[in-house]
Design a protein around this ligand. Structure first.
Ligand code: UDP
Ligand code: MG
Length: 318
């Protein structure tokens, strides 16, 4: 098997037909003597996505599907596809045609030049709300500033990775997946190809703000200790200021004996200290929550049906 294409599916009934057509058009025109496969991971869709996939799989043996027992989330759906992909290289692509299948040959070309990862970088984004573009821009830049590894900005999961990288990912046992960060962490030679991101072809986004915030926090907590350090630093700064205020208070009370009942200063310092403490506790909580998720060692996902073979040894299968 030369190439696997992993496609996470969450309520994509409006796009599956066209996606299949366009992918096949592109892949059949490519020189792939070893053959290719499409792996659709149905992430608990509530619409007609699953019957559509089963139908495709019945007609075309290159179509593989994995049907999850419920919605586990985009990153886990992609991970399941990677676990079961058999290709020497794997393309990760969204189902909504925002990532153009026509870019796959350029990605493959770069891979042949000796790169292990070729990611698709968004030159522009169309048809996405101002809020989404702004938060995405901000997030990528903040993340780039607080991590030690360099995670490329304005890049989603649309990319091609070699078998080496797939096996690297499968060795990483974390429960809170942030694949684009993990792939940067893995290293090897990486490069990119630029493209203009289109509007979603049909249906609605499955990424609610809640899911986006979770992904952002997963990315930050997995690849940076900066928030913890900021909490510590703010603790020191606040304690320093508090110490000076204590000195001043003692001085005013016993030396100048010029002191006021002091309601305002009391309120300000209590509120300020309380706020800083709550923020610090919250940040620590975010990390502890992820620690505990990893300690529990639950399987990453459960499959209710599939026509893929169980994966080769690597990480033990969930
Ligand atoms: N997706 C998924 N599970 C989810 C949410 C999304 O598998 O819980 C899939 C979705 O079907 C699509 C890809 O992840 O193939 C990207 O999602 P979407 O296009 O909704 O995100 P956006 O492009 O709006 O960020
Ligand atoms: Mg999309």
């Amino acid at each position: 098997m030369e190439l696997s294409v992993v496609i996470p599916i969450y309520n994509e009934e409006a796009n599956i037909g066209e996606l299949y057509q366009r992918l096949m058009g592109v892949l059949e025109a490519m020189p792939l003597p070893g053959g290719f496969e499409l792996i659709f991971v149905n992430d608990g869709s509530r619409d007609q996505s699953l019957p559509l996939l089963l139908n495709l799989a019945g007609r075309d043996e290159r179509v593989r599907y994995i049907d999850f027992s419920r919605n586990f989330g985009h990153q886990i759906a992609v991970s399941a596809g990677l676990d079961r992909a058999r290709g020497a290289a794997v393309v990760i692509i969204d189902a909504d045609l925002q990532d153009p299948p026509e870019l796959i040959p350029s990605l493959c070309q770069k891979l042949r030049e000796g790169y292990e990862v070729v990611y698709a970088k968004r030159r522009s984004r169309q048809g996405e709300s101002f809020g989404k573009r702004l938060t995405a821009r901000l997030f990528y830049r903040i993340l780039a500033n607080i991590t030690h590894i360099s995670i490329p900005v304005d890049t989603g999961d649309f990319r091609i990775i070699s078998r080496k990288v797939v096996e690297g990912l499968r060795l990483m046992p974390e429960q809170n997946k942030f694949l684009r960060g993990q792939i940067s962490w893995i290293g090897y030679r990486q490069t990119f190809v630029e493209y203009d991101r289109a509007e979603r072809a049909g249906g609605a986004t499955g990424y609610t703000y809640r899911k986006m915030v979770r992904l952002a926090l997963d990315g930050i907590t997995a690849f940076s200790d900066a928030p913890l350090k900021a909490a510590t630093l703010s603790g020191f700064v606040v304690s320093g200021v508090a110490f000076l205020v204590v000195l001043y208070t003692l001085y005013a009370r016993f030396v100048t004996r010029d002191y006021q009942p002091g309601w305002a200063s009391l309120m300000v310092s209590i509120l300020f200290l309380g706020g800083v403490q709550l923020i610090a506790v919250g940040i620590i909580g975010e990390y502890i929550a992820r620690l505990s998720a990893n300690v529990r060692q639950r399987p990453l996902y459960l499959i209710s049906a599939t026509n893929t073979a169980p994966p080769a040894p690597g990480r033990p299968e969930p």
